[in-house]
Ligand binder design. Structure first.
Ligand SMILES: [Zn+2]
Length: 336
């Protein structure tokens, strides 16, 4: 019987965390799902699929993984396993396992059956159908893009999410009486789409992650649902240019306001504020409104108003007459 390197099968390092192992397993199980292949490739995928499931059955379970790791110190992939140690040059470990279980019908190798056969049968007998195990559902990550105003003022949003739910055919157990569950491909879950309403509080900073309890994947058995981690993004729009945590917008002034100054109401994402324009401002000049920008981790950015000087769409004859006077003052005696 050959020793099988399950880490190699899942392409993860020996130091991989439980989460990394789960991710690697899901990716490979999807890739090699026999239903996705045909002909010769199907047979190969089936073999590979069995092995991937077997590797996850071991590495995805803390106890089995520890047992396997203890054993692995003395074996290399492909070594004869369980042979008489005296023939095995250097390998000091003698395997004293339970009597052999034949789990071939579940798609397990002799190596697995020999090592974990009894454990596997116990864990499967512990409860038959639904409800015997109790795990928290999957935590899921999602992202939401908000306008500057929504970010600053807070908003309620409807989200369409794809969340993993326990497979109904195997109750999340990955195996049925006949072997690897075909419904979920042995992953133990199926993707369920759902719509949730979330309340996003005011003044979160872009990049913040909001934890929403119970909005993740459904729990297994009586376990609670997982959480939703919602990452907050902010999208630029015509009104506000985003520069880090500062905002920039254009402020249009008429020539008389630029020359004489004025007191005006200007819009900000926090509502309108009164602004004093000093006499003699120039186009392109920027005015800073402190803490009217985007929230950041420790404080709030600023809002810059870049001035543009323009004339009204139409001018009355009286206004034109005044401009002519200004021109006359600038260039006395010039004929046009
Ligand atoms: Zn299933």
């Amino acid at each position: 019987m050959k020793y099988i390197d399950y880490y190699e099968v899942l392409k993860v390092p020996k130091t991989a965390s439980g989460k990394e192992i789960k991710q690697a397993y899901r990716k490979l199980a999807r890739e090699h799902h026999p239903d996705l292949h045909q002909g010769e490739a199907k047979a190969r995928a089936e073999e590979k699929f069995k092995l991937i499931n077997e590797a996850y059955e071991v590495l995805g379970d803390e106890e089995k993984r520890a047992k396997y790791d203890r054993l692995g110190m003395n074996w290399q992939a492909g070594d004869e396993f369980g042979a008489n140690p005296s023939n095995m040059g250097g390998h000091a470990y003698t395997y004293q396992g339970p009597a052999d279980f034949d789990l071939g019908s579940f798609g397990f190798s002799d190596f697995f059956s020999r090592l974990f056969g009894e454990d596997f049968m116990h864990s499967r007998q512990g409860g038959g159908q639904a409800g015997r195990t109790k795990h928290k559902g999957e935590d899921i990550d999602a992202e939401i893009s908000l306008t500057v105003e929504e970010l600053i003022q807070g908003v309620e949003k409807e989200l369409h999410l794809s969340a993993p739910a326990p497979c109904t055919a195997c109750a999340g157990q990955r195996f049925t009486q006949r072997g690897v569950c075909r419904t979920c491909g042995g992953t133990g879950f199926i993707d369920e789409t759902k719509t949730v309403k979330v309340k996003i509080p005011a003044k979160l900073h872009p990049g913040a992650s909001l934890r929403l309890r119970g909005l993740g994947g459904k729990g297994y058995g009586d376990g609670p649902a997982g959480d939703l981690y919602l990452r907050i993004r902010v999208a630029p729009n015509a009104a506000w240019q985003i520069k880090g945590s500062d905002l920039e917008a254009e402020l249009m002034l008429y020539p008389d306001q630029a020359v004489l100054g004025d007191k005006i109401q200007v819009p900000t994402p926090y509502g309108s504020v009164q602004l004093k324009i000093q006499p003699g401002v120039h186009a392109g000049q920027r005015l800073r409104l402190r803490e009217k920008g985007l929230p950041k981790e420790n404080g709030v950015g600023d809002l810059y108003l870049r001035m543009r000087i323009d004339i009204a769409k139409t001018q009355t004859e009286a206004e034109k007459e005044l401009y002519r006077k200004i021109r006359e003052l600038r260039n006395p005696g010039r004929v046009y």
